[in-house]
Design a protein around this ligand. Structure first.
Ligand SMILES: Cc1cc2nc3c(=O)[nH]c(=O)nc-3n(C[C@H](O)[C@H](O)[C@H](O)COP(=O)(O)OP(=O)(O)OC[C@H]3O[C@@H](n4cnc5c(N)ncnc54)[C@H](O)[C@@H]3O)c2cc1C
Ligand code: SF4
Length: 485
């Protein structure tokens, strides 16, 4: 097992006091810490992390990110296998490093289309923080994306090489088809090699994608920080309208640590479970757990070879993303794959003339899909079926494919499978301006307990068809700056 210079044991910190106590070390917590250390007010910081610290080589040796299987940490009474990593770095270990920004309409779904909810800030408010999060992860991207997602700074790295189908579509649809933005390095950095398109991103063999291990160690190893692995936080203790201490289990024993500011980033299942167990149940705590809905399609081409791009997913198409249809059916983002998900074609001369596409459709959160507590006090998920809004969005996008792909020599389009999960759990502690209808405010501060900040995808009020983690990172930087400046 790897160790950090800043690592501490539970017994070393038990009963102690820290200025800031951060729960979890994934995207939400890591990016909050990155910004918090720039502000003297964050003082001495303790990070309590349930899982182990495992280096890239530790993970590579036994082929897994963590020894704690996600399904062993909660009771699932619903149909969907919610997927995450319990371990130092959280989802930075297992993610595929796809990093599109959310679309401006994603933040104003209700105002623009009368569906779902608005976020308590706009794309323009978050835009500078998107740039900062992209810098931290050295995101590679296509400057022409600014036609859909306006940007005030260039991408830190140039775009990956598109596949031949992507290059044709980009030429034919310059306002809608772009090279995939990603934290899979296009160019080597000091801590990461260049992505070489070997397509095993969940545990990248060459350490090309951004992870906490290769991209946030400067903050986790800062002398003001102590990191306590193997610490499963169970409760927040409150008194006189504020959180006073955290209770956690480690090695079969219980410990308490005190603090001034508490940052809860334990993922969209475990963060609400900690609040419910602690009796902190003001607002829709646990309600609205959701994710997008994915369908895989294979397009047979006639005369165009695929798989010449420089990373696993090379294209994004926004032709089914935004419009008045979002009043009734979800937005859909189309991912163009540079990997042979369905094998090669058997016909002579055509073996690479196949294009896998993933249609990812936004869903509307439903309060019946929820994190609750089981009889033993553990986290339990109820519900989780994809909603009619998402199903309609995926159908609409599928029907649009012939026109979206008009610049390609398409032989036929085959629907292949429904993905069991997008691995994007979110929405169970939603943010908003009204206390009764949301759990945290626009700065991610709890409406009642003003020294409690919730970070991570649990605070998303609606879904977006785009991957969540860049937005989580940008929001954490924004939150930390507003709370600590
Ligand atoms: C296979 C896979 C592929 C993915 N690919 C992408 C992608 O390409 N692009 C993208 O944007 N997103 C992707 N994601 C999603 C991404 O991982 C999540 O959106 C992101 O991690 C959410 O950040 P978070 O801070 O909410 O939670 P996490 O990053 O999961 O962090 C939660 C942290 O809290 C810790 N923790 C949990 N409970 C406790 C407790 N009780 N006490 C102490 N610590 C606790 C965990 O160990 C973890 O460190 C992928 C996810 C998976 C599983
Ligand atoms: S495509 Fe290959 S090299 Fe690139 S990030 Fe994924 S696994 Fe790593």
């Amino acid at each position: 097992m790897a160790t950090l210079q800043t690592q501490v044991r539970a017994q070393d910190v038990a009963g102690g006091h820290f200025d800031t106590v951060i729960i979890g070390s994934g995207f939400g917590s890591g990016f909050f810490l990155h910004e918090a250390l720039k502000h003297a007010r964050s003082g001495r910081v303790l990070v309590l992390e349930w899982g182990e610290i495992r280096s890239h080589s530790d993970q590579w040796e036994d082929g897994r990110q963590s020894h704690i299987a996600p399904g062993s940490t909660y009771d699932n009474a619903g149909p969907r296998p919610w997927n995450f990593t319990i371990g130092f770095g959280g989802g930075t270990n297992c993610w595929f490093a796809q990093t599109p920004r959310f679309h401006p309409s994603d933040f104003q779904l209700h105002t623009r289309y009368g569906a779902g909810r608005d976020w308590p800030f706009t794309y323009a408010d978050l835009e500078p923080f998107y740039c900062e999060a992209e810098d931290v992860m050295s995101i590679s991207g296509d400057e022409e994306m600014a036609r859909v997602l306006p940007r005030s700074r260039p991408f830190p790295q140039p775009p990956h090489h598109p596949s031949a189908p992507d290059a044709l579509l980009k030429r034919a649809r310059p306002d809608l088809h772009f090279v995939m933005p990603t934290a899979r390095a296009r160019q080597a950095t000091e801590t990461r090699t260049a992505c070489c398109a070997n397509h095993r991103c969940s545990l990248c063999p060459v350490d090309a994608k951004f992870t906490a291990n290769n991209g946030l160690m400067d903050v986790f190893q800062n002398p003001r920080v102590s990191v306590c692995p193997g610490a499963e936080v169970t409760h927040l203790n409150t008194a006189a309208g504020a959180v006073r201490s955290v209770r956690f289990k480690s090695g079969g024993k219980e410990y308490t640590v005190h603090g001034d500011l508490f940052v809860l980033g334990a993922n969209a299942i475990h963060s609400p479970a900690i609040l419910l167990r602690s009796g902190i149940d003001q607002g829709p705590v646990g309600k609205g757990l959701h994710e997008a809905y994915g369908v895989e399609v294979e397009v047979m081409l006639d005369g165009v070879d695929n798989f010449g791009g420089s990373t696993i997913t090379t294209g994004l198409d926004y032709g089914a993303y935004d419009g008045a249809f979002r009043g009734k059916s979800g937005s859909a983002l189309l991912y163009f794959e540079n990997r042979w998900k369905f094998g090669f074609r058997p016909e002579p001369g055509k073996w690479r003339q196949t294009l896998p596409i993933v249609i990812v459709a936004e869903d509307l959160p439903n309060d019946d899909d929820a994190v609750v507590l089981g009889a033993d006090g553990g986290a339990k998920v109820v519900g989780g079926e994809p909603g009619a809004y998402a199903l309609a969005g995926a159908e609409r996008a599928f029907a649009q494919l012939p026109s979206i792909l008009a610049a390609l020599p398409v032989e036929r389009i085959e629907r292949r499978l429904v993905r069991p999960t997008e691995s994007h759990l979110q929405g169970s502690l939603r943010m908003g301006n009204e206390a009764g209808a949301s759990v945290v405010d626009a700065q991610q501060v709890h409406h009642t307990l003003r020294n409690l900040v919730v970070v991570g995808s649990s605070v998303f009020p609606t879904c977006s068809a785009s991957n969540p983690s860049l937005t989580v990172g940008a929001m954490s930087i924004r939150s930390a700056r507003s709370v600590l400046a």
